[in-house]
Design a protein. Structure first.
Length: 480
């Protein structure tokens, strides 16, 4: 079930919302939590019910280990338990996500012919695995309470954040479900939630899915791309991912607010960044928080000398690349960002300064360049786009552009050989203006007032998006 689907918007969400607050109104607190857990598991099972036992087993294992960790046990036993728990989580993720990647790599290196397992990646496994690893480590450190199973299950499965984040922390979630004030319908939270949800839905349906047509055609269909075509394709994916991910983040925050739950901000205008370090403080912020607290700092952070600091930075982004996908293109993407972070840190330590416009330009172009590997299905596809961007596939405008007499036409479906190229350039230019000059959705939500202006924006975004849901598309981070 997708946030941008009719069954979610008009069936699932209203029913879950209504009964949750009815149960709370009647004082059936445990039943209301159970209802939300069962509803979230139904939401999860909508894609493939066969993986429901997987998430249930994962929760059971981590809950039992976590509960054992908070009890009074010998340090050696507690260390063994947390090690077992972390290894178990990583092994589960590794089996489903990386088995075929490993087998394929071995086949290539050894010229072998081992059969692939052809496993389907369970939905959200990358997210709920990291979430539960953090819980176990905190339990080992003595930073968790002896939570009940129901509370723990709600923390893991709460449907607004279950599928594609944010990667929430137990300390910021569990107390909110215990707050008595949050068990009543809050009109202010409802208004803010619907407002930011509508913005997120519009980002996904009207903007991200439009750019997706160009990106898909360029990466997956075309055999070669001229200079301008390649840059248009790369920018199209850069903005598709931006509006797709920020749209999901907005919708998750909005849905949680309907239930009086505040999710952490996960996306904050990353394309305004003046350095790669700032970019990662704004992009997938909860993933960065997890990797900092549970990998970078345990490795020693910046406390063990300059060389070790650079090594730790590289390891963090190498892991980030692997986490995002089972493929060498993702590994290279992580390596590129790791090297960029090392260069950025060296630049800061040397005390160099750079003009802000130039700093933004270099940062954005590097991010755009790296996204090519993130998107490409293979190195061949990535090189096809990069060769075009470098002009190796020709600089001349395609004939169909030269023959265009209309400055703007609207194509029902983007095909590089038929659609108006200038329309694609116009969309890209508009995207630059929006991401660089407009207030982001979090700023707009914080400034929200139930006045005519905001109601008009909300209504227009919702109506347009709902009318455009004829073909429902998945969010890009569902694949990670």
């Amino acid at each position: 079930m997708l946030f941008n689907s009719y069954e979610f918007l008009f069936v699932f969400l209203p029913i879950v919302f209504l009964f949750y607050f009815v149960f709370n109104r009647c004082g059936w607190i445990t039943f209301s939590k159970g209802w939300l857990v069962v509803s979230s598991l139904f939401f999860y099972s909508w894609w493939n019910v066969l993986y429901l036992p997987l998430i249930l087993a994962s929760m059971a294992m981590n809950f039992l280990i976590g509960r054992a960790l908070v009890s009074d046990r010998k340090p050696s036993i507690r260390k063994a338990l947390v090690t077992l728990g972390v290894i178990g989580n990583v092994a589960l993720l590794g089996y489903f996500k990386y088995s075929d990647f490993f087998i394929g790599t071995v086949n290539t290196l050894l010229d072998a012919n081992w059969a692939l397992l052809e496993l389907t990646l369970p939905l959200a496994i990358s997210f709920f695995t990291f979430q539960q690893i953090a819980f176990l480590v905190d339990a080992y450190r003595g930073e968790t309470k002896d939570y009940r199973l129901l509370d723990y299950a709600l923390f893991v499965t709460f449907f607004p954040q279950l599928i594609a984040g944010p990667i929430v922390h137990h300390k910021e979630m569990m107390p909110q479900f215990e707050d008595v004030q949050n068990r009543r319908i809050n009109p202010k939270h409802m208004a803010m939630g619907i407002f930011i949800f509508s913005i997120g839905l519009f980002k996904k349906v009207a903007i991200a899915d439009t750019f997706a047509q160009t990106a898909t055609n360029g990466f997956d269909v075309r055999e070669s791309l001229t200079f301008l075509e390649a840059w248009l394709v790369s920018y199209s994916y850069t903005f598709q991912l931006y509006f797709d991910f920020s749209g999901y983040a907005d919708m998750a925050i909005g849905l949680a607010l309907l239930f009086n739950i505040s999710l952490p901000v996960n996306f904050l205008s990353p394309y305004k960044s003046l350095s790669i370090q700032e970019f990662w403080r704004r992009w997938h912020m909860t993933l960065g928080r997890f990797l900092t607290h549970y990998l970078y700092i345990p490795l020693g952070g910046n406390r063990r000398g300059k060389v070790r600091t650079y090594v730790n930075l590289f390891i963090v982004f190498f892991v980030s690349g692997i986490w995002h996908g089972a493929g060498w293109t993702f590994v290279l993407w992580g390596v590129l960002h790791g090297v960029a972070m090392m260069i950025n840190r060296l630049w800061q330590q040397l005390g160099y300064k750079m003009n802000k416009v130039l700093a933004w330009f270099i940062t954005f172009q590097f991010v755009n360049f790296a996204w090519v590997f993130f998107r490409a299905e293979s190195f061949e596809d990535a090189l096809k786009v990069l060769k075009g961007m470098a002009g190796f596939s020709g600089f001349a405008l395609p004939e169909w552009i030269a023959e265009q007499r209309a400055w703007l036409t609207f194509a029902a479906e983007f095909q590089m050989a038929e659609a108006d190229f200038y329309w694609g350039l116009g969309l890209t230019a508009m995207a630059f203006i929006v991401v660089l000059t407009w207030r982001n959705s979090i700023e707009r939500m914080e400034a929200f007032k139930p006045n005519f202006y905001h109601v008009l924006i909300c209504a227009a975004a919702l109506i347009y998006s709902i009318l455009s849901l004829s073909e429902v598309s998945e969010f890009l981070y569902f694949n990670f």
